[in-house]
Design a protein around this ligand. Sequence first.
Ligand code: FHN
Length: 600
Amino acid sequence: MKKYCFLLIFLCLAGYYGQSQDMADMWDSTTTKNPNKHIQWFKDAKFGLFIHWGLYSKLGGTWNGKHYYGSGEWIMNQAKIPVRKYEQVAKTFNPTHFNADQWARLAKEAGVKYMVITAKHHEGFSMFDSKVTDYDIVDATPYKKDPMKSLAAAARKRGIQFGFYYSQFQDWYEPNGGRNTWDYTESKKDYQRYYREKAIPQIKELLSNYGPLGIMWFDTPGGMTKDQTRAFVNGLRKLQPQCLFSSRVGQGMGDYKDFGDSEVPPVPMEGAWESIYTHNDTWGYIERDFNFKSPKEIIQLLATVASRGGNLMLNIGPDGEGNIPYYSAKFLKETGDWLSVNGKSIYGTTAGFIPKQPWGVTTEKPGKLYLQIFTRPNNDLLLVPGCLPQVNKVYALDGGQPLGFTKKGTDLLVDLSKLKRTVSASTVIVVECKGALPAYQSQAPVTVSAAYDQNLIEAAYAKVSANAQIKSLTYSHYYGDWKHTTCVTDLTDTTDQATFTVRFADKGDYRLVLEYSCGALSAGQEGQLLIGGKTFWYRTLKTGEFNRKAPLMFIQHPVAIYTVDKPGVYKITIKPATDGTPSKPSKELFKLKSIIAVPI
Ligand code: FHN
């Protein structure tokens, strides 16, 4: 039953994921029905470490004195550096500070269960000892050693699955590799020759010389038909049948789905999948990028991804000397400290059956529901909606403090007053039950309560009508640091509506704030918010245009104060106030990210 609920959600989101995003979209949903028999370790792992390390790490985002912003590993492409100049960087690449043991120890302390490192990124340089080319770390640099050998061994020694990232199509060094248009003419390239002469032999080396690999992490597929991709996959699989292939091998193949960079599905998703984020805004090292996610952000992201059934692989970018950025090491260790106490609520769990609540998210194991509390309720009474089977015991995971609870209808109310007020990114409460937990409650109303400073009613929970859609919008702040925000779009005519089913748990007055993005053409239009038979009017405010290559700005626009006389389930509808006319067609009202309900 549970399985079908997930499938239903998956199908509902088909439009959401149907648009062209990163290559990650090409994952075959049949994999969920016919999974690779070696997938279980991956599904249980939940937390992985991604490492981008190459010649670009030496450049750190600067070429010829000019600073480049965005993703450091793209500097060759951004600055259109000719191959013959770029290859000179290898002569200065001497990462004497690299210490495989230190890196693996950090990974262990961070609590990751797998590690994936760039063997060859789009720049074309091999960070391993390759007999296929001399453009590799052993032959072309003063370092002359193969760091991948020692890293694979050090990771394995600590029980961490080891894997390689390999850019199988984009190779800006090779005349026949994909996407170097500044040195070579794309139309003259023979991609098959590139696959035959470099990519396939090198991937074979990786699969043959580094022991049992957990993952081959492909990226940005291209230049192969579906049949060619199948032959490519089948040929490589023979070398290490247990090694999982990521969905970015392309053409709907792969053993698990990778979402776009920095993307999490807004609700649980069936099958094995992974969200990939980088610690700051770049994948490869940039010396000017200090936007490191705090331990709190990492932990809450990890718990959120786990609550939807997936893994988080978090990237770090060591520099050209082999140093891991100070804040990456520090914040990863702090994440590991939290995991060492609360790991049971993450590793080996599946998605929680309760949708996101104002206090946080849930994960589960048979007979156990883990409440990940990001925000403690002001009244210390935690409302857990959703028809739990017989509850035997409720306690804090850290320290085991038993907590009082009562059942009220289909709700469980947990008394947190005995719980010490400690600072934690997520305080985990365990609810032990007798019997199976229910299936994911996709139809449950969004909870709003006066016990929180604010309550988010997110676009993903809308029911849309007519032409309105729920879409994941992809954009970037710097070059390549993709962001994704789920919004209701195409609210153009009065029949295009977004309706949210909301349960107000407490009576009182609530300020309703619309969080939206609005371009110049949409600004100044009138919209309505309908609730409990009342209509509230507003005029949209300009924030800026939606453009994949620029930040998508959102405004928080208070539009109503509504008095909830009686706790219960209410509908909130957002729609344009008027239809267009043939002479003055209406425009999309805005791109709605959320309604924020603020108790006043
Ligand atoms: O273009 C690459 C990018 O440099 C980085 O490696 C990311 C990581 O997922 N993958 C590609 C873009 O999706």
